[in-house]
Design a protein around this ligand. Structure first.
Ligand code: DHB
Ligand code: FE
Length: 285
């Protein structure tokens, strides 16, 4: 059976892609951020995942305001990137696996998550930047992209995203192949790109989220979407992707690594690695 080895969550700021293209790893602005990936590289080299299930938000490359699913799951052989602007190079395609994707889709719908299924799906910086950060130069995993709407209100609640993750976690563990699967949540932490609060960052709230997401993710469901916008900024709601990632870790979860650095572009940049060990009593969605 497939095994969930752990999770990584990271910021996905597009200018990271430009810094990678320009090899600015040791530049004083970038070093504290890129250094946070040294441990991630060691962890990936040791854990050797076959699959990465991504919880992320599309920023208008694949879905736009005219049609915007709350939850969408990719079921393609390959996921392409396209020019998104931002001055970053178009990324290589990521490999998919339709059989594994359809297994997750069937399980999610059976579990009453009425997701949108996508046999054709472009991936944007919210997937390509974390892939390149985790595996610079070549991506040795197949992915399942799961897009969560963090763009057009009404957004799904923190509780709903945690439950989505739990459902995905159960689905992964019921896949009858001996695969090593990691889950990824991208975006956040606090940031706001426009309006009168552009540049807003809330270190205190970010630290609380980073603390609670490890052992007490349910306590974070007390925050409504409007609380989240107020406390972490209009784009800080990307933390919903982190909640789904955490939900998919169904065993004993421990924090293996944390890096927090302010700012990268307009964003409080955070990276965490969570280990998921053995089975324990699991919460039903
Ligand atoms: C920035 C952050 C994001 O999450 C994003 O999708 C685009 C830009 C930024 O801080 O520049
Ligand atoms: Fe974003």
């Amino acid at each position: 059976m497939a095994k969930i080895i752990g999770g990584v969550a990271t910021t996905h700021v597009p200018s990271i892609g430009k810094a990678i293209a320009d090899k600015r790893y040791d530049h004083p602005y970038w070093k504290p951020f890129f250094q946070g990936f040294d441990y991630v590289h060691q962890w990936l080299a040791r854990e050797k995942p076959d699959f990465a299930v991504f919880f992320y938000n599309d920023h208008g490359l694949n879905f736009f305001l005219d049609k915007l699913p709350t939850f969408a799951v990719g079921a393609a052989k390959e996921y392409r990137n396209e020019d998104e602007g931002w001055g970053i190079p178009v990324a290589r395609p990521a490999a998919g696996d339709p059989d594994f994707s359809w297994h997750l889709i069937n399980a999610l719908v059976a579990d009453e998550f009425d997701i949108t299924m996508c046999q054709d799906m472009l991936i944007d910086h919210a997937v390509t930047i974390p892939l390149e950060l985790m595996w610079p130069g070549a991506w040795p995993v197949r992915i399942v992209p799961i897009s969560i709407n963090t763009v057009q209100h009404p957004l799904p609640s923190m509780a709903r995203c945690l439950k989505l993750g739990r459902s995905v976690g159960r689905a992964i563990e019921s896949y009858p192949q001996d695969l090593r699967v990691m889950v990824v949540g991208t975006g956040g932490l606090s940031h706001q790109l426009d309006g009168t609060r552009a540049g807003f960052i809330n270190k205190e709230f970010d630290q609380l989220c980073l603390d609670k997401i490890v052992d007490e993710p349910d306590t974070l469901t007390r925050y409504s979407i409007h609380d989240l916008v107020a406390l972490s900024g209009a784009q800080g709601v990307e933390f919903l992707n982190w909640m789904a990632m955490r939900g998919a870790l169904t065993g004993q979860v421990t924090q293996a690594h944390r890096n927090y650095h302010i700012p990268i572009s307009n964003t409080a940049a955070a990276t965490i690695v969570l280990d998921n060990r053995a089975e324990s009593a699991r919460k039903a969605a």
